[in-house]
Design a protein around this ligand. Structure first.
Ligand code: SAM
Length: 327
């Protein structure tokens, strides 16, 4: 009866459901967003703990089952089931999000919560595939530290709450899971997102290489030089009145950031890479300009795998100050 393609793995251990609800720290006045309520095991506990539950469920059969389960109970007036794909649904106001989600939507969902929403919710407590969870919480120097880690932690404090073995689900998924808490930072980061995305994308193509060697590459230098020239041309034609304005996040960046967070190449050995792509750019004034910024901040010999978010932000500000842009 369960759809694999919809990631339908039902939580069957009631103690675990209790523990998730307890760790979420729900107040009796809270409006709760649940994503993928399924048959409603978690939903019921959320209704007991909070004031109101909005539950977004894609599968009409599950929606029907939920409605049947709670109709004619005291809960029915406090539960609103929204049928649809959470990624395409405009989210209602909520204080807290609690969810056991289908893992295929993990990355876009995290970024939808972090970026699209009016940023008013207190926290999100979500079950993820174990490795995804470990990437979310990874710190500089940890094995799984990656673009997903820095992009998420730029917006939120993330903590690991609970390890959950696969046997707690019916049917059991192929991998273990973890429950993670995500709390938005307030105020949010003061950084132009396209710039941040552009920088971290380059830095994490090979997170264990030195930044010096990454920024010597032909393709990197040529992209940066193109940006540089475009900006100079725009400036001289007065189209740009001010380049210091913060440009708000736009959906194009959000899309690419959400979809590609895990594409990193550290498992590939050097000789497997195309020679040309990693070839060094010939000496040039522009190349020196870029490398000088790295030297100025002492970043030449550093590696992304060990850089903190503060250091990436600092590096970005140094590049921008030198007129080097990532968009
Ligand atoms: N919450 C239930 C539980 O813990 O037992 C079920 C969790 S199950 C892992 C995921 C649920 O999300 C399924 O009911 C599935 O139909 C639903 N779902 C899958 N994709 C979805 C989407 N894009 N938007 C909303 N719900 C979705």
């Amino acid at each position: 009866p369960f759809h694999k393609s919809k990631g339908q793995h039902i939580l069957k251990n009631p103690l675990l459901v209790d523990s998730i609800v307890e760790k979420a720290g729900i107040q009796p006045t809270d409006v709760i967003l649940e994503i993928g309520p399924g048959t409603g095991n978690l939903t019921k506990k959320l209704l007991e703990a909070g004031k109101m539950v909005f539950a977004v469920e894609i599968d009409p059969r599950m929606v029907q089952e939920l409605e049947r389960r709670f109709q004619a109970t005291p809960f029915s007036s406090r539960l609103k089931v929204i049928q649809g794909d959470v990624l395409k649904t405009e989210l209602p106001y909520f204080d807290i999000c609690v969810a056991n989600i289908p893992y295929q939507i993990s990355s876009p969902l995290v970024f939808k919560l972090l970026l699209n929403h009016q940023r008013r919710f207190r926290c999100a407590v979500i079950m993820f595939q174990r490795e995804f969870a470990m990437r979310l919480v990874a710190q500089p120097g940890d094995n799984l530290y990656c673009r997903l880690s820095v992009n998420t932690q730029l917006y939120a404090r993330v903590s690991h709450l609970l390890k959950v073995g696969r046997k707690n689900f019916r049917p059991p998924p192929k991998v273990d899971s973890s429950v993670v808490r995500i709390e938005l930072r307030k105020p949010g980061p003061k950084v132009e997102m396209k710039e941040w995305d552009g920088l971290t994308r380059i830095c994490f193509t090979r997170k264990n290489r030195t930044l010096g060697s990454i920024f010597k590459q032909k393709n990197v230098i040529s992209v940066l030089e193109k940006n540089y020239k475009t900006l100079q041309a725009l400036k001289s034609s007065q189209i740009l009145s001010s380049d210091s304005d913060l440009i708000p996040w736009n959906s194009e960046v959000e899309h690419t950031m959400a979809m590609e967070t895990d594409v990193e190449m550290d498992d590939v050995s050097d000789d497997e890479m195309e020679e040309d792509r990693y070839a060094e750019e010939a000496p040039s004034a522009f190349k020196d300009k870029v490398l000088n910024v790295l030297k100025e901040g002492n970043y030449e010999d550093k590696r992304s795998s060990k850089l903190s978010i503060e250091e990436f932000l600092h590096l970005l500000s140094l590049f921008n100050k030198g007129g080097i842009h990532f968009t």
